[in-house]
Design a protein around this ligand. Structure first.
Ligand code: TMP
Ligand code: ASP
Length: 236
C-alpha cells in the first residue's frame, strides 16, 4: 500500500492516508510531551520502541480475542492500521495507585488496589482531557452503552493478559491508557498505542520506573528505561 498525504499530526505520531481508504499508516516520532503539551522534549529512539512494542502486543492481544486496528509492521517507525474513527475517550485502567489517582484520593504511590479501576477521560486537549463517567459519555454521545460495555470488557481483558505477560518479564503493570476506534462497518477495535508512553511499568523486584514518568518527573535514564522494556519483551 502506498503512503499518501498526511492526515494528522499528533504529539507522538503522524497519520498518513494510503491508496486504500480503509487503511492508514501511523508514523511514530521521538517527540515527547507531558502535562497536556506544556513540557516538551525528545526521547531518542522512542518512536522505534513504541511502534515495535505496540505492534508486538497488539498481535498477542488479537490472539486473546481483542480486535485491534493493527494490520502490519512496515518499518521500525511505521505500521499499517485499519482506518478508524477514534472514540473520543481515554480509557485508563489501574492496578496500583500512582499518578493522578494518588493525587486525587490521597493514596500513596505503590499501594495495590483491591481490584482494577477503570476511568474515562474525554479526549480534548483544550479542556485538558477532563474525567467523565458513564452518564456524561451517554448524554454527550461519546459512545453508546453497548459500545462502552464492549470497551470496558476489552480494557479488562487487555489488563488481565498484559499484567501477567509483563510480570513474566519482570515488569509490573501499574496503570495504562487505551484508545478505541470504530471501523467503517462500526466494529469497535483497540487503536492508538501500548508503550512506555501510555503505561506505567515498574520493575517487579526493584520497583524502578521504566516508563514516561522518568521524562515527566525529570528522573533521568529515560532512553535506557524504554530500551530496557523493549529488550525484556522483544528480546533485542
Ligand atoms: P494519570 O495517573 O496521569 O492519570 O495517568 C494514568 C495512565 O495513563 C498512565 O499510565 C499514563 C497514561 N496517560 C497517557 O497515556 N496519556 C495522558 O495524556 C495521560 C494524562 C496519562
Ligand atoms: N501525552 C500527554 C501530553 O503531553 C500527557 C502525558 O503523557 O503525561 O499532554
Amino acid at each position: 500500500m502506498k503512503k499518501m498525504e498526511q492526515l494528522y499530526e499528533g504529539k507522538a505520531k503522524k497519520v498518513f492516508a494510503t491508496d486504500d481508504p480503509n487503511y492508514c499508516i501511523v508514523d511514530y516520532k521521538d517527540d515527547a510531551t507531558a502535562f497536556n503539551g506544556e513540557k516538551k522534549g525528545t526521547i531518542v529512539g522512542k518512536g522505534v520502541v513504541n511502534n515495535r512494542m505496540t505492534n508486538f502486543l497488539m498481535k498477542l492481544l488479537e490472539k486473546q480475542g481483542v480486535p485491534t486496528h493493527f494490520v502490519e509492521e512496515l518499518s521500525d517507525r511505521e505500521a499499517l492500521v485499519k482506518k478508524v474513527t477514534i472514540v473520543p475517550l481515554e480509557v485508563i485502567v489501574r492496578n496500583i495507585a500512582a499518578g493522578s489517582l494518588s493525587k486525587r484520593l490521597g493514596i500513596e504511590e505503590g499501594v495495590k488496589l483491591s481490584r482494577p479501576v477503570i476511568e474515562y477521560s474525554y479526549k480534548n486537549d483544550a479542556l485538558g482531557d477532563p474525567m467523565v463517567n458513564e452518564y456524561h459519555i451517554f448524554a454527550m454521545n461519546y459512545a453508546t452503552p453497548e459500545e462502552l460495555s464492549l470497551i470496558a470488557d476489552y480494557a479488562l481483558k487487555v489488563n488481565a493478559f498484559l499484567s501477567s505477560y509483563l510480570l513474566e518479564h519482570g515488569i509490573e503493570l501499574v496503570d495504562f491508557k487505551l484508545e478505541f476506534g470504530k471501523t467503517a462497518d462500526g466494529t469497535i477495535v483497540l487503536a492508538d498505542e501500548i508503550s512506555p508512553d501510555t503505561c506505567r511499568l515498574w520493575d517487579s523486584t526493584t520497583h524502578k520506573k521504566l516508563d514516561k514518568d522518568r521524562f515527566r518527573r525529570d528522573l533521568g535514564g529515560v532512553e535506557d528505561a524504554y530500551n530496557e522494556v523493549f529488550r525484556r519483551l522483544l528480546g533485542e
